[in-house]
Ligand binder design. Structure first.
Ligand SMILES: [Zn+2]
Length: 455
C-alpha cells in the first residue's frame, strides 16, 4: 500500500457531489490520515503546506469514487464460459445452466482469485466501495475471510455476505448461516482491513428459501444487521412465493422480519404496488442493475415510481464490470426506450440513484465516513478523471457531461482512505498481470468442474 500520510491534490477541477453538488475551479484538496482536511484556493493552500507531497491532477476532474450497490465477485470465471446445449430460454434456466453449476465449481482459491480480478477491475474503473453477494456451495466456510483478504490487499472498501440457500440441501444452508454469523461477528470485533470491511447477512432469493431457513436466518443475527437478497428478479420468484406462502415475495420477507433500514433488495423488477409500499415503509434499499436485467431478459424495474413513492433505490452492476458510469448510462437509456418517452429517467434520476442513494447506502454501513462527497471531514475516497470537455461543464449540466462525455478509461488515479491504489493508470496495491495470469490458469479447472455440474 502506498501510504501517503499527507498530500495536497492540485491542478484539478473538483466535483464535490454532496447536495447541492459543486464544481470548484482553482482549489486544492489537503488529505491526511485518510480524511479530506481542507479544500481551499490553490495558491493559499500551496503557501500554507509547502512541504506536503503534491499530487498533480493535470487539469482533470477530481471527484468521489463511485459506489456499487450490488455485485458478485464470484462471477469472474463466467467470462467466456461455454454453456452446453441450447441457450437458456429464461432466467430460471440461466440460474440452472450457468450460475448454480458455476458457483459449485469454486474452491477457496478460485473465490480468492475471482475477488482479486474484480477488485482490479474496480480500481481501474474508479469504483471504491462495493456491496458483494457471494456463493460457493462447495467452499462455504472461510469464503468471506478469503474475499476479505483480497479486499484488504486491494485497499478498497467492501460490504460482504454469503448467500444462504436451500438449493444445495440443509447442511449447506446451515453452513451459509454460520458463515454470515461468524463473519459479521469478526467484522464487529476485529475491524479487519483497517475498517474497510463491513458485513451484511446474505440470502439468495425467496424462491430458494423455505420458511424454516428464513426464520433461522432471522434468528441468527440481531436487529441491527442488514440482509442482502435478490427480490422478484423474474416472475418465478413471485409465483414460487405465492405457491409457498400464499403471498408475494416482499410480503413474505416482511413477515419473516427481513426488511429494514439496512436491508438491500436487488432488482425488484416484478413487485406490485403493495410490495413497493412495504419497501418504502420499512426504509429498505432497492438496487437497480439495468445491464443484468437486459442481459437476462427479465424486464424493467419501475424505478421512477419507486423513487416517487420514496423508496431508496441505488445502482449496482450484478457482476458486470464495475464501470458505474456505464451502468448509469444504461439506466438512462433503458427507461426512455421502454416507456417510449425521452423525458423518462432524467439525468437527475441518474444522480439521485447512482450518486446520492448509493452514498447514503454506503454511509449506512460505513457510519461516519461521509463516503460519496468531497468535503472537509469526509473520507478521502476519490478519483481523477482526464476529461477536457469542448463545452462548458457546470453544476447544472454535470449529469449530462457524465452521461455523454465521461468514460471509465479516462480515470487515471484512484484513492481510498487517502491511499493511492492507482496512479497514472498504474495499480499500486495489486499485481494486475500476475492476478490475471493466475486466474487464467484456475479458469480452465473451474470450467472443467463446471461441465460436471451442469445439467
Ligand atoms: Zn445479483
Amino acid at each position: 500500500m502506498v501510504a501517503a500520510s499527507m498530500m495536497l491534490i492540485t491542478n484539478g477541477k473538483i466535483i464535490t457531489w454532496g447536495e447541492p453538488a459543486q464544481v470548484l475551479d482553482g482549489q486544492a484538496i489537503l488529505v491526511s490520515n485518510g480524511v479530506i482536511q481542507e479544500i481551499g484556493p490553490q495558491p493559499d493552500m500551496a503557501r500554507s503546506h509547502p512541504e506536503t507531497d503534491r499530487l498533480d491532477a493535470k487539469g482533470g476532474y477530481i471527484m468521489p469514487g463511485n459506489i456499487c450497490a450490488h455485485t458478485h465477485f464470484y462471477g469472474a470465471f463466467a467470462r467466456g464460459l461455454a454453456i452446453p446445449g441450447p441457450a437458456p430460454k429464461d432466467f430460471p434456466e440461466i440460474l440452472q445452466k450457468l450460475w448454480w453449476p458455476l458457483d459449485k465449481s469454486l474452491t477457496l482459491e478460485d473465490v480468492h482469485a475471482s475477488a482479486q480480478v474484480m477488485l482490479v477491475d474496480a480500481i481501474r474503473n474508479g469504483t471504491t466501495t462495493l456491496f458483494d453477494h457471494h456463493a460457493s456451495p462447495n467452499a462455504i466456510e472461510g469464503s468471506l475471510d478469503v474475499i476479505g483478504e483480497a479486499v484488504a490487499k486491494s485497499g478498497l472498501r467492501a460490504v460482504l455476505c454469503y448467500e444462504v440457500t436451500d438449493r444445495d440441501g440443509m447442511d449447506r444452508a446451515k453452513a451459509g448461516i454460520a458463515e454470515n454469523q461468524r463473519f459479521i461477528r469478526r467484522v464487529e470485533q476485529e475491524n479487519p482491513a483497517g475498517g474497510r470491511l463491513r458485513a451484511a447477512f446474505g440470502l439468495h432469493a425467496s424462491l430458494t428459501l423455505s420458511n424454516g431457513t428464513l426464520q433461522a436466518c432471522r434468528d441468527a443475527v440481531g436487529e441491527g444487521v442488514g440482509f442482502h437478497i435478490h427480490v422478484a428478479e423474474h416472475e418465478a420468484d413471485e409465483y414460487d412465493s405465492l405457491a409457498k406462502s400464499g403471498t408475494r415475495v416482499v410480503d413474505r420477507l416482511e413477515r419473516a422480519g427481513i426488511l429494514g433500514e439496512k436491508t438491500i433488495v436487488a432488482h425488484a423488477v416484478h413487485i406490485d404496488a403493495r410490495e413497493a409500499s412495504l419497501l418504502e415503509r420499512s426504509a429498505t434499499w432497492v438496487t437497480h442493475q439495468p445491464r443484468s436485467n437486459m442481459n437476462n431478459g427479465v424486464g424493467v424495474a419501475s424505478v421512477e415510481s419507486l423513487l416517487r413513492l420514496g423508496v431508496r433505490v441505488g445502482i449496482g452492476t450484478d457482476g458486470f464490470s464495475h464501470t458505474m458510469w456505464e451502468e448509469w448510462k444504461t439506466a438512462y437509456l433503458l427507461h426512455k426506450v421502454w416507456n417510449r418517452d425521452p423525458r423518462r429517467f432524467s439525468g437527475y434520476d441518474v444522480i439521485q440513484t447512482g450518486v446520492y442513494n448509493n452514498a447514503a447506502l454506503a454511509n449506512a454501513y460505513f457510519n461516519g465516513l461521509n463516503l460519496g462527497s468531497l468535503t472537509p471531514g469526509a473520507a478521502a475516497d476519490l478519483i481523477i478523471v482526464d476529461y477536457h470537455p469542448h463545452t462548458p461543464l457546470t453544476e447544472s449540466n454535470l449529469p449530462w457531461h457524465i452521461l455523454f462525455g465521461f468514460n471509465e478509461s479516462m480515470i487515471t488515479t484512484t484513492i481510498v482512505n487517502g491511499e493511492i491504489l492507482m496512479r497514472e493508470r498504474v495499480l499500486t496495491t495489486m499485481d494486475e498481470e500476475a492476478i490475471a495470469a493466475h486466474a487464467r490458469e484456475l479458469a480452465l479447472k473451474v470450467w472443467e468442474r463446471y461441465q460436471t455440474f451442469v445439467p
